[in-house]
Design a protein around this ligand. Structure first.
Ligand code: HEC
Ligand code: HEC
Ligand code: HEC
Length: 169
């Protein structure tokens, strides 16, 4: 728990003098019980869900159709980094199709022009990753399929377009 979680009194969001702050559960108390991660908010959410450590409500309204789609799509088949494997199952266990289709991505393999720069600017995968899901410093969680002779640890010093990749803390 090296980095830990900020106490509600110090998070800059809650009023430390307010009467309610003492009645709320501290993030450290809730989150330290879940499978740990080394980045973001320090919980490996996909594993926490798979192991049954959490059991979130699937919908707000009764009768909402839940659809889990189990299909992986390989994205940067041409690039120099390890290939990006986009897993539908791990996404659709949390998200409805309409979170992505079709306003972010056309539902057809290879039909979208994806780019790391756009992602770093908060578009495409970056709408969520780095905002509400694991951060963009975790290169190899997306670039997870090594090409022949490649290992999953060398981060290039510059990205296409010359920008510098974000560093993990
Ligand atoms: C949330 C998932 C995700 C994360 C995290 C991520 N990438 Fe990417 N990356 C992508 C996608 C998607 C593409 C676009 C694939 C394509 O070019 O069609 C891409 C493309 C790239 C490319 C250009 C294509 C290639 O393979 O040469 C580079 C370079 C790259 N990423 C480097 C990085 C580095 C370095 C990091 C970590 C600092 C990183 N990426 C983190 C998803 C991600
Ligand atoms: C988090 C975003 C996201 C969600 C949620 C999502 N998709 Fe996708 N989907 C993608 C991406 C990214 C691709 C790949 C597009 C490409 O290759 O350019 C894709 C591709 C597809 C494809 C074509 C490739 C294949 O697997 O046959 C279909 C069909 C598809 N999605 C259906 C669905 C359905 C049905 C749901 C809901 C049950 C869903 N998607 C939810 C992002 C998402
Ligand atoms: C609409 C929001 C959204 C978009 C867009 C999105 N993701 Fe995700 N992604 C999530 C959520 C939520 C999770 C599960 C929580 C977490 O791992 O942080 C997740 C999990 C993942 C995982 C599984 C991590 C694990 O631990 O197994 C991978 C890999 C991934 N995303 C890659 C991508 C790539 C590549 C793209 C773009 C093509 C993308 N995501 C676009 C929300 C999104």
């Amino acid at each position: 728990m090296a980095q830990g979680w900020e106490s509600l009194r110090k998070d800059g969001i809650h009023d430390p003098r307010g009467p309610a702050v003492k009645d709320k559960q501290e993030p450290a108390e809730a989150l330290s019980k879940l499978t740990p991660d080394t980045a973001g908010n320090m919980v490996r959410w996909v594993q926490a869900l798979e192991k049954g450590e959490i059991n979130p409500r699937a919908s707000i309204r009764p009768g909402t159709k839940i659809q889990v789609y189990d299909s992986d799509v390989l994205l940067n088949v041409q690039g120099g980094m390890p290939i990006v494997r986009f897993p539908h199952r791990q996404h659709t266990e949390w998200l409805d199709c309409s979170n992505c289709h079709d306003h972010l991505f056309k539902a057809q393999a290879g039909a979208n022009k994806l780019s790391m720069l756009a992602i770093l600017e908060g578009e495409q995968c970056g709408v969520c990753h780095g905002a509400v899901s694991f951060p963009l410093t975790e290169c190899f969680r997306c670039h997870s399929v090594p090409r022949p002779g490649q290992s999953l640890n060398t981060v290039p010093k510059t990205l296409p377009g010359g920008s510098i990749p974000p560093r993990s803390r």
